[in-house]
Design a protein around this ligand. Sequence first.
Ligand code: UDP
Ligand code: MG
Length: 332
Amino acid sequence: MAHSIRAVTGQAAADHRPLLSIIVPVLNEEATVGPFVARIVSVLEALREPQGWEVLFIDDGSEDATLAAIAAANRIEPRVRAIALSRNFGKEAALSAGLDHARGQAVIPIDVDLQDPPEVIGAMLAKWREGHEVVYGVRRNRESDSLPKRITAEWYYRAHNWLSHDKIPEHAGDFRLLDRKVVDVIRKMPERNRFMKGLFAWGGFRQAAVEYERAERAHGSTKFNYWKLWQLALDGITSGSTLPLRIWSYLGGGIALLAFGYAVYVVIRTLIGGGDVPGYPSLIVAILFFGGLQLLSLGILGEYVGRILVETKGRPLYVVREEIGGDEASID
Ligand code: UDP
Ligand code: MG
């Protein structure tokens, strides 16, 4: 009996998927969850979508009371639910977990710190209804970022788009609407290295942009330092492009050619002019230059080989420890 009821509700839930899933990765955000839920719920209610919505938090191994804060929100508003990962897997993995567990026809990842204004969601839905499958938010300004972060971001987008086939739109973060079709394509991608912006770009589809002002973080502090950003940048470039590997073949070829020319010159000069004074400067310059070049190219090779290792292990992207809410069905 209980079994058949469950089967029926499961079926019903599959038919009544929420229109919209908001997915929110969180790491140590106990102070941020409350204000975020208050604001996003009022925005979503104002949309008056009969098919409804859900807010899915992905607790990325928080060590504070983040999960308790979400559980409290869930008791008041059951459409707020959560999955908790077994440890910190990083924002990209948390987003993958969110895409896997979201049930909506459209999915929007958003940061919990209210830097991405939830009010933009209405505009995203409008573009989606016009037939765009990806609607990404583009930041009109970067004034809420420090100057070094602005400059490094600028350089990064340029470098990435110059090196890689999958062009990522500049100043677009993870705040974007994804149609169910796009979500399913991304979920099928087998790679461990989840540089989300690159995956979104690879997926193609009809894309549109909505502009917004990015606000200051409302509560709490940033979870990204420069080291984490640098690692993200490396993941982005090495997952989207093999040009850094190829550059060394060209550079090596060019230098070998020059060296050969120089060797011919030295031989001829020695034949004509006889023995030379010991060529210490040219020697040491050549040794240091080639030494540096070799170390650099070895390092770049290592970056790729390391990533091949990670891919071949084929471990899961994340591990779920527990779920809060959403009992009625998980659709797959
Ligand atoms: N975040 C996460 N896992 C991490 C780091 C960050 O889930 O390992 C979440 C964080 O809680 C926030 C979002 O990712 O909701 C963006 O982080 P943050 O605002 O600190 O980054 P910033 O805006 O400073 O780049
Ligand atoms: Mg932020």
